[in-house]
Design a protein around this ligand. Structure first.
Ligand SMILES: [Zn+2]
Length: 173
Protein backbone atom coordinates (compact mmCIF):
# COMPACT_ATOMS: atom_id res chain seq x y z
CA UNK A 1 0.00 0.00 0.00
CA UNK A 2 2.68 2.42 0.97
CA UNK A 3 4.45 1.62 -2.31
CA UNK A 4 1.23 2.14 -4.26
CA UNK A 5 0.60 5.43 -2.49
CA UNK A 6 4.14 6.43 -3.22
CA UNK A 7 3.68 5.61 -6.91
CA UNK A 8 0.37 7.44 -7.02
CA UNK A 9 1.95 10.47 -5.41
CA UNK A 10 4.81 10.23 -7.83
CA UNK A 11 2.44 10.05 -10.81
CA UNK A 12 0.56 13.07 -9.53
CA UNK A 13 3.80 14.98 -9.35
CA UNK A 14 4.63 13.89 -12.88
CA UNK A 15 1.21 14.97 -14.11
CA UNK A 16 1.61 18.37 -12.52
CA UNK A 17 5.03 18.70 -14.07
CA UNK A 18 3.62 17.72 -17.46
CA UNK A 19 0.74 20.15 -17.11
CA UNK A 20 3.14 22.94 -16.28
CA UNK A 21 5.36 22.01 -19.20
CA UNK A 22 2.29 21.71 -21.43
CA UNK A 23 1.16 25.16 -20.39
CA UNK A 24 4.52 26.61 -21.22
CA UNK A 25 4.58 24.72 -24.51
CA UNK A 26 1.20 26.05 -25.62
CA UNK A 27 1.97 29.64 -24.67
CA UNK A 28 5.20 29.31 -26.62
CA UNK A 29 3.60 27.24 -29.37
CA UNK A 30 4.67 28.16 -32.87
CA UNK A 31 2.12 30.72 -34.01
CA UNK A 32 3.47 31.18 -37.49
CA UNK A 33 5.69 29.75 -40.18
CA UNK A 34 8.95 30.49 -41.94
CA UNK A 35 8.86 32.58 -45.10
CA UNK A 36 9.77 30.27 -48.03
CA UNK A 37 11.76 33.13 -49.60
CA UNK A 38 13.90 34.45 -46.74
CA UNK A 39 13.30 32.05 -43.85
CA UNK A 40 12.06 34.76 -41.46
CA UNK A 41 9.58 33.43 -38.91
CA UNK A 42 6.27 35.14 -39.73
CA UNK A 43 3.64 35.44 -37.00
CA UNK A 44 0.82 37.52 -38.49
CA UNK A 45 -1.34 37.18 -35.35
CA UNK A 46 1.39 39.12 -33.55
CA UNK A 47 1.89 41.55 -36.42
CA UNK A 48 5.35 40.15 -37.02
CA UNK A 49 5.95 39.50 -40.72
CA UNK A 50 8.76 39.88 -43.25
CA UNK A 51 8.46 42.15 -46.26
CA UNK A 52 7.50 39.23 -48.55
CA UNK A 53 4.28 38.59 -46.64
CA UNK A 54 1.13 39.40 -48.66
CA UNK A 55 -1.74 37.22 -47.49
CA UNK A 56 -2.69 35.47 -44.26
CA UNK A 57 -5.31 32.71 -44.46
CA UNK A 58 -6.67 31.63 -41.08
CA UNK A 59 -9.56 29.16 -40.77
CA UNK A 60 -10.41 29.95 -44.42
CA UNK A 61 -10.63 33.69 -43.75
CA UNK A 62 -8.35 35.56 -46.15
CA UNK A 63 -6.62 38.69 -44.87
CA UNK A 64 -4.73 40.22 -47.75
CA UNK A 65 -2.45 43.17 -48.22
CA UNK A 66 -3.56 45.91 -50.67
CA UNK A 67 -1.73 44.27 -53.61
CA UNK A 68 -3.77 41.11 -53.07
CA UNK A 69 -7.07 42.89 -52.41
CA UNK A 70 -6.72 44.96 -55.59
CA UNK A 71 -5.92 41.84 -57.59
CA UNK A 72 -8.85 39.92 -56.09
CA UNK A 73 -11.29 42.74 -56.88
CA UNK A 74 -10.11 43.04 -60.50
CA UNK A 75 -10.10 39.27 -61.03
CA UNK A 76 -13.56 38.85 -59.49
CA UNK A 77 -15.03 41.58 -61.70
CA UNK A 78 -13.53 40.03 -64.82
CA UNK A 79 -14.46 36.50 -63.79
CA UNK A 80 -18.05 37.60 -63.13
CA UNK A 81 -18.21 39.21 -66.56
CA UNK A 82 -16.75 36.10 -68.21
CA UNK A 83 -19.11 33.71 -66.49
CA UNK A 84 -22.14 35.87 -67.25
CA UNK A 85 -21.37 35.83 -70.99
CA UNK A 86 -24.01 34.08 -73.10
CA UNK A 87 -21.33 32.33 -75.14
CA UNK A 88 -18.29 31.74 -72.95
CA UNK A 89 -16.11 30.47 -75.83
CA UNK A 90 -16.91 33.56 -77.89
CA UNK A 91 -16.22 35.78 -74.88
CA UNK A 92 -12.85 34.09 -74.40
CA UNK A 93 -11.95 34.51 -78.09
CA UNK A 94 -12.80 38.20 -77.95
CA UNK A 95 -10.95 38.62 -74.67
CA UNK A 96 -7.85 36.89 -76.08
CA UNK A 97 -7.92 39.25 -79.06
CA UNK A 98 -8.16 42.21 -76.70
CA UNK A 99 -5.38 40.82 -74.51
CA UNK A 100 -3.12 40.71 -77.55
CA UNK A 101 -4.12 44.23 -78.62
CA UNK A 102 -3.63 45.56 -75.08
CA UNK A 103 -0.40 43.58 -74.61
CA UNK A 104 -1.60 41.92 -71.44
CA UNK A 105 -0.79 38.25 -70.71
CA UNK A 106 -3.10 35.67 -72.39
CA UNK A 107 -3.03 33.76 -69.11
CA UNK A 108 -5.33 36.34 -67.56
CA UNK A 109 -8.13 35.21 -69.85
CA UNK A 110 -7.51 31.51 -69.25
CA UNK A 111 -7.46 31.94 -65.47
CA UNK A 112 -10.65 33.98 -65.47
CA UNK A 113 -12.62 30.79 -66.09
CA UNK A 114 -11.18 28.86 -63.21
CA UNK A 115 -13.60 27.54 -60.66
CA UNK A 116 -11.03 28.54 -58.09
CA UNK A 117 -10.66 31.24 -55.52
CA UNK A 118 -9.01 34.58 -56.29
CA UNK A 119 -6.21 33.46 -53.99
CA UNK A 120 -5.48 30.36 -56.09
CA UNK A 121 -5.31 32.50 -59.21
CA UNK A 122 -3.19 35.11 -57.41
CA UNK A 123 -0.65 32.43 -56.47
CA UNK A 124 -0.48 31.26 -60.09
CA UNK A 125 -0.39 34.63 -61.84
CA UNK A 126 1.76 36.53 -59.34
CA UNK A 127 4.19 33.63 -58.90
CA UNK A 128 3.60 33.64 -55.15
CA UNK A 129 5.17 31.25 -52.67
CA UNK A 130 2.85 29.44 -50.26
CA UNK A 131 3.99 28.72 -46.71
CA UNK A 132 3.79 25.26 -45.18
CA UNK A 133 1.17 26.40 -42.67
CA UNK A 134 0.70 25.87 -38.96
CA UNK A 135 -1.88 24.91 -36.39
CA UNK A 136 -2.60 26.37 -32.97
CA UNK A 137 -4.31 23.91 -30.63
CA UNK A 138 -6.94 24.64 -28.01
CA UNK A 139 -10.41 26.20 -28.05
CA UNK A 140 -9.08 29.50 -29.44
CA UNK A 141 -6.83 27.75 -31.93
CA UNK A 142 -7.10 27.19 -35.63
CA UNK A 143 -4.95 26.60 -38.65
CA UNK A 144 -3.68 28.56 -41.56
CA UNK A 145 -0.85 29.62 -43.81
CA UNK A 146 0.52 32.66 -45.55
CA UNK A 147 1.37 33.65 -49.11
CA UNK A 148 4.56 35.51 -49.99
CA UNK A 149 5.89 37.51 -52.92
CA UNK A 150 9.44 38.38 -53.85
CA UNK A 151 8.06 41.31 -55.86
CA UNK A 152 4.62 42.80 -56.55
CA UNK A 153 5.41 43.27 -60.23
CA UNK A 154 3.57 40.26 -61.67
CA UNK A 155 0.61 40.80 -59.34
CA UNK A 156 0.29 44.43 -60.45
CA UNK A 157 0.63 43.46 -64.12
CA UNK A 158 -2.24 41.00 -63.66
CA UNK A 159 -4.40 43.52 -61.78
CA UNK A 160 -3.80 46.21 -64.39
CA UNK A 161 -4.42 43.66 -67.15
CA UNK A 162 -7.82 42.64 -65.77
CA UNK A 163 -8.78 46.31 -65.40
CA UNK A 164 -7.69 47.05 -68.98
CA UNK A 165 -9.68 44.07 -70.30
CA UNK A 166 -12.74 45.13 -68.29
CA UNK A 167 -12.53 48.67 -69.61
CA UNK A 168 -12.16 47.42 -73.20
CA UNK A 169 -15.01 44.91 -73.01
CA UNK A 170 -17.42 46.90 -70.91
CA UNK A 171 -16.51 50.62 -71.02
CA UNK A 172 -19.63 51.54 -69.05
CA UNK A 173 -18.41 49.88 -65.89
ZN1 LIG B 1 10.43 36.71 -46.33
Amino acid sequence: MSTLNGNAAGEDDDDEAEDAAGGQASSGEDDGENCPLCGYFNSPANGDTCNHHRVWVWDDVVEGSPVYEEFAAAWSDFSDLASSAEDVAEFADNALGLAEALAVPDALVAYSHWENSPLDVFVELAGAAVGEGWTVSGPLGGSGYCVYLESDERANVATDGYRALLAAIDPGR
